[in-house]
Ligand binder design. Structure first.
Ligand SMILES: CSCC[C@H](NC(C)=O)C(=O)O
Ligand SMILES: [Zn+2]
Ligand SMILES: [Zn+2]
Length: 403
C-alpha cells in the first residue's frame, strides 16, 4: 500500500506498472480487470474483443456530443518486453518511486516509457474531462491492445479487420512515439517498413584441409559483402543533410543489419549450407517493390536462395495537413511545445491503423529524458507523467472538437 502523500493518479500508474504484462507470458487477465475498474471509476463505456482467445483488446469509451462524427482513437499496447533482472537496480515490476534529489521522483518499471505512461495518461485525461464536466464533440476511444511487442499479429493486425473496429468509426489516432533526450517532442507521421530476409547458400562440401571450390561459405560471403556495401551507402547518406539543410534521422534512410548467421557442424567439415539473416528497415521514400526486386537479383546473381520472412509493403504516411493535423499542431503551439516531424525507425501498431485508412501520429510526450525503452532501469520522472496528462487533456480536446 502506498502512503497517502503519493498523488492518486500516480498510485494508479504504479498499479498499472506492477501488472506483469511481460512477454512471452503477459498477464492480460489482470490487466483487463484493472482497466475495467478504471472504466467503472471514471464512468467510461467498456468493452473487450478477443480476435484470438486470451489476447484482449480493451476499449474504454467517452461518448461525444456528435457521435456520428468519426472518432478519436487513443491507442496503447499493454504488453512489455522481457527484462534481465540482474541488470536492474530496481525491481522491474515494483514500480519504485525514488526521490531524485531535485524535487522530483523517478518511477522505475518495465513499461514506464514503453508505453504504460501513455496509456495511463490517456485515462487520466478522460478522467479529468468527466470530473470537470468537459464535453467533447467527437467520441474518444482509449484502445488497449496486446502483443505489440511481438509484432501485433494477434492484436492490432486482426483488430483493424474486425467488425468491432469498424464500429469504432475511427477518424484519427494517437499512438506511441519515443522519448527524446533533447527538449523537443518527436512526432512520428510514418514508419520504416520491416523487411526480414534470409539468404541460404548451398555449395560443395568436403574435408576442411582441402581447397574445396564453390562452397556455401564463399557464396554467402559475396552476398553478405553486397548487403554490407549497401549498408555503408545508407549510413553515409544518414550523415548528409537533407535538401532543406535539416539533419537526416534514422527514419530517413534504409538500415541493414546482419542479425542471423548459421553454418557448420565441426571444424574440419566444409558445410554444404550456410545462412545469413538481415533485419532491413525501408524508409518510406523507397520503392519497396523495386527494392525487393534488387534483393532477388542479388540472390540470383550470387546463386543463393532468398526467403522473405517479413515484408511490409505499405508506406502510408499521415498527412501533415488537414483539420486533424491543424488541431494537433495548434494544441502543441498552445502548450508551447517545440516539435519535429520524423519517420519512426522501427515498427509499431500505427502501421496497421494507417494501412486501414486511419491517420495516426506516434507521440510519447517524454522530452529531456534518456531513451530507455527495452533497456534496463527504464524509468520516467513523476513530472513526465503529470505533463503527459496535461498534454493529452489539451491535444485530445483539440482533436475531438474539430467538427
Ligand atoms: C516487425 S514486428 C516487431 C516490432 C518491433 N517494434 C518495436 C517498436 O520495437 C520492431 O520494430 O522490431
Ligand atoms: Zn511500444
Ligand atoms: Zn517496445
Amino acid at each position: 500500500m502506498l502512503s497517502s502523500d503519493v498523488p492518486e493518479s500516480v498510485q494508479r500508474f504504479i498499479e498499472y506498472l506492477q501488472i506483469k504484462t511481460v512477454q512471452p507470458t503477459p498477464d492480460y487477465a489482470s490487466c483487463t480487470l484493472f482497466l475495467q475498474r478504471q472504466a467503472e471509476e471514471i464512468g467510461l463505456e467498456f468493452s473487450v474483443t478477443e480476435c484470438i482467445a486470451g489476447k484482449p483488446i480493451v476499449v474504454l469509451t467517452l461518448p461525444g456530443l456528435s457521435p456520428s462524427e468519426p472518432s478519436i482513437i487513443l491507442n496503447s499496447h499493454t504488453d512489455v518486453v522481457p527484462v534481465f533482472p540482474s541488470l536492474w537496480t530496481q525491481d522491474p515490476f515494483g514500480a519504485a518511486r525514488v526521490a531524485d534529489g531535485e524535487g522530483d521522483y523517478r518511477i522505475y518499471a518495465r513499461g514506464a516509457q514503453d508505453m504504460k505512461i501513455v496509456g495511463m495518461a490517456y485515462l487520466e485525461a478522460l478522467r479529468a474531462f468527466k470530473q470537470d464536466g468537459t464535453r467533447l464533440q467527437r467520441t474518444v476511444h482509449a484502445v488497449f491492445v496486446p502483443d505489440e511487442e511481438i509484432g501485433g499479429h494477434e492484436g492490432m493486425e486482426l483488430f483493424v479487420e474486425s467488425e468491432e473496429f469498424r464500429k469504432l468509426n475511427a477518424g484519427f489516432a494517437l499512438d506511441e512515439g519515443m522519448a527524446n533526450p533533447k527538449d523537443e517532442l518527436r512526432v512520428f507521421y510514418g514508419e520504416r517498413a520491416p523487411c526480414w530476409i534470409k539468404f541460404v547458400a548451398r555449395g560443395n562440401a568436403g574435408h576442411g584441409s582441402q581447397f574445396i571450390e564453390d562452397t556455401a561459405g564463399e557464396r554467402l560471403h559475396r552476398v553478405v559483402g553486397r548487403m554490407l556495401a549497401f549498408r555503408s551507402e545508407q549510413l553515409e547518406l544518414l550523415q548528409r543533410p537533407l535538401d532543406d539543410g535539416g539533419e537526416r534521422t534514422l527514419g530517413d534512410v534504409t538500415s541493414t543489419n546482419l542479425t542471423l548467421l548459421q553454418a557448420g557442424v565441426q571444424h574440419n567439415v566444409v558445410p554444404a549450407e550456410a545462412m545469413a539473416g538481415f533485419d532491413i528497415r525501408m524508409t518510406p521514400a523507397v520503392d519497396y517493390l523495386g527494392f525487393r526486386r534488387w534483393l532477388e537479383q542479388v540472390a540470383q546473381e550470387e546463386g543463393v536462395e532468398l526467403e522473405f520472412v517479413q515484408f511490409w509493403a505499405d508506406n502510408t504516411m499521415t498527412p501533415r495537413e488537414g483539420t486533424f493535423w491543424a488541431a494537433f499542431a495548434g494544441a502543441l503551439q498552445q502548450l508551447d511545445i517545440k516539435y519535429r516531424n520524423e519517420i519512426f525507425p522501427a515498427a509499431t501498431d500505427s502501421r496497421y491503423l494507417r494501412r486501414a485508412g486511419v491517420p495516426a501520429l506516434g507521440v510519447s510526450p517524454l522530452c529531456g529524458l534518456p531513451i530507455l525503452l527495452h533497456d534496463h532501469d527504464e524509468y520516467v520522472r513523476e513530472s513526465d507523467y503529470t505533463h503527459a496528462v496535461d498534454f493529452y487533456k489539451c491535444v485530445v480536446k483539440a482533436l475531438a472538437n474539430t467538427v
